[in-house]
Design a protein around this ligand. Structure first.
Ligand code: KIV
Ligand code: ZN
Length: 527
């Protein structure tokens, strides 16, 4: 049933066959090699993605390549498995040996068609190469009906010789003829013309699918492949994340999403399950350890992340204002609005609402002053930063406790003692004081504060830095304080600065207690 569906679509003149060569052209580039298990794992993801052809490797290249292609061929159902072979008997026979157990095997054989390669690399002549091309296709055809032929360096070949070669290999049985821009030299208008020239001049062109294989040396692989589709090509050879020789190949995700997003223009389709795109890209990254750049189209971390204020404002009103594709279509849960210095009020207010804050106009003004200051120093503002800004800009002055005095006495032979006086705003700012002993001034002071505030909070970490130099240095203490509240654990950070280390410690503890009070209030009221 599935086979039928694929066949029907394959016959549809508007279907573009997606030929994935990540495991062959992609894998042969430095840093992207995979072991057999990894190749098998990746193959099953390519099948989920819905590619039509998987070029599993170049079986003559090494025993490892042969084994991998053979295992993939045996294990993969529904999809065409191609093995690459140069145009000679040994390569073709080896490729066949490796793929013959596939449900749908394809031999892909190639030879150069440009004089640059024929004369300077292979020291041959055009008639010899033509004969070898035809012989390789005929031999492949004796094994399988599905034979692909590539005239390597086609984009730099003499056009009439190319036409002669394409006609001859189709006569010999090639069912797909792939036109490679091997060195990434072509530009889109020129590549379009080349494909049109083939359609107009190869007499038996209707007997084969015309395919393209573009390299990205000038950053034009995707553009060239799309131009070829407009000229009539119906197979694209591509790789996940665009990996491949040198600057890589046509990127599968980019070409597929361009065809889908601009179907108004191309009027063709692929059978790719686009919602598997991100998972496939991530799997490849995971296997090879090579990540894509953040601004990579479709699968980069920033591909659906918006920071500019104007864009965020538009997106919140209607996603199509600045998003030509839906993130869910490529398997991304949703677009992200990155808060930073370019963000406008609308996006920030929206995030605050989601966090449970409804601020008045005057509170928002105070909030934004802090927000902009922080965004100038920090690239990305996270939810935790927003909470701190809210605290600093709005609630800090409303903190429940205010330290009005601390007196510490300590000596080598007398136990440290602290007397702390605190105003509690919930008790009409009445002064309350306590005296406590401890293991050092901070410990004594914290104990006194705990008595006064009757808190169950405890210090989890204590950090001290001298902010200025010399014996009169200002000390800054940061503490992390936790408290169980309403079945949850609340955590607050406190800061205190004083010329005396012990006093800085006590101030930081009270600062953290104020934040805990604020969190408790917010839990009850705001959310
Ligand atoms: O780039 C190229 O020409 C190739 C061929 C083997 C198709 O990879
Ligand atoms: Zn290539």
């Amino acid at each position: 049933m599935k086979e039928e569906k694929t066949k029907n679509k394959k016959n549809d003149k508007n279907k573009v066959i997606i030929f994935d060569t990540t495991l062959r052209d992609g894998e042969q580039s430095p840093g992207f090699s995979m072991n057999i298990d990894e190749k098998l794992h990746f193959t099953s993801q390519l099948i989920k993605l819905g590619v039509d052809v998987i070029e599993a490797g170049f079986p003559i290249a090494s025993q490892g390549d042969f084994d991998a292609v053979q295992r993939i061929a045996k294990a993969s159902k529904g999809v065409i498995i191609a093995g690459l072979a140069r145009a000679n008997d040994k390569d073709v026979d080896t490729a066949w040996d490796a793929i013959k157990q596939a449900e749908r095997p394809r031999i892909h054989t190639f030879i150069s068609s440009s004089d640059i390669h024929i004369i300077h690399q292979f020291k041959k002549d055009r008639p010899t190469v033509l004969k070898e091309a035809v012989a390789a296709v005929a031999r492949a055809k004796s094994y399988t009906k599905d034979v692909e032929f590539s005239p390597m360096d086609a984009s730099r070949s003499d056009k009439d010789y190319l036409i002669q070669m394409i006609s001859a290999v189709i006569d010999a049985g090639a069912t797909t003829v792939n036109i490679p821009d091997t060195v990434g030299y072509a530009i889109p208008s020129e590549f379009y013309d080349l494909i049109r020239y083939i359609f107009d001049n190869v007499k038996n062109v209707d007997k084969a699918v015309i395919s393209v294989h573009c390299h990205n040396d000038l950053g034009l692989a995707v553009a060239n492949a799309l131009a070829a589709v407009q000229a009539g090509a119906r197979q694209i050879e591509c790789t996940v994340n665009g990996i491949g020789e040198r600057a890589g190949n046509t990127s599968l995700e980019e070409v597929v999403m361009a065809i889908r997003t601009r179907k108004d223009l191309y009027n063709v389709f692929t059978d790719i399950n686009t919602n598997q795109i991100l998972a496939t890209s991530k799997l490849l990254t995971h296997i090879t350890g090579v990540s894509v750049q953040p601004n990579k189209a479709i699968v980069g971390a920033n591909a659906f992340a918006h920071e500019s204020g104007i864009h965020q404002d538009g997106l919140l009103k209607n996603a199509f204002t600045y998003e030509i594709m839906k993130p869910e279509d490529v398997g991304i849960a949703k677009s992200t609005l990155v808060l930073g210095k370019h963000s406008g009020r609308h996006a920030v207010v929206d995030r605050l609402k989601k966090l449970g804050y409804k601020l008045s106009q005057e509170e928002l003004d105070r909030f934004f002053k802090y927000f902009k200051d922080l965004a100038d120093k920090k690239k990305e503002i996270f939810d935790e930063d927003l909470e701190v800004i809210i605290w600093e800009s709005i609630y800090k002055e409303e903190g429940r406790y205010m330290v009005s005095n601390v007196q510490i006495s300590t000596g080598m032979f007398s136990p440290p003692m602290a007397m702390v006086t605190i105003k509690d705003k919930t008790l009409n700012s009445e002064d309350k004081f306590d005296v406590a002993h401890g293991n050092g001034g901070v410990d004594a002071g914290v104990k006194a504060v705990m008595e006064i505030t009757d808190t169950k909070a405890r210090i989890e970490s204590f950090n001290l830095v001298a902010i200025t130099g010399g014996s009169d240095a200002l000390a800054e203490v940061s503490v992390t304080v936790v408290e169980e509240y309403d079945g949850k654990q609340l955590t607050a950070f406190g800061n205190g600065i004083n010329i005396d280390v012990s006093i800085a410690g006590i101030l930081s503890f009270v600062d953290a207690l104020n934040k805990l009070e604020y969190m408790k209030k917010k839990n009850g009221n705001n959310r």
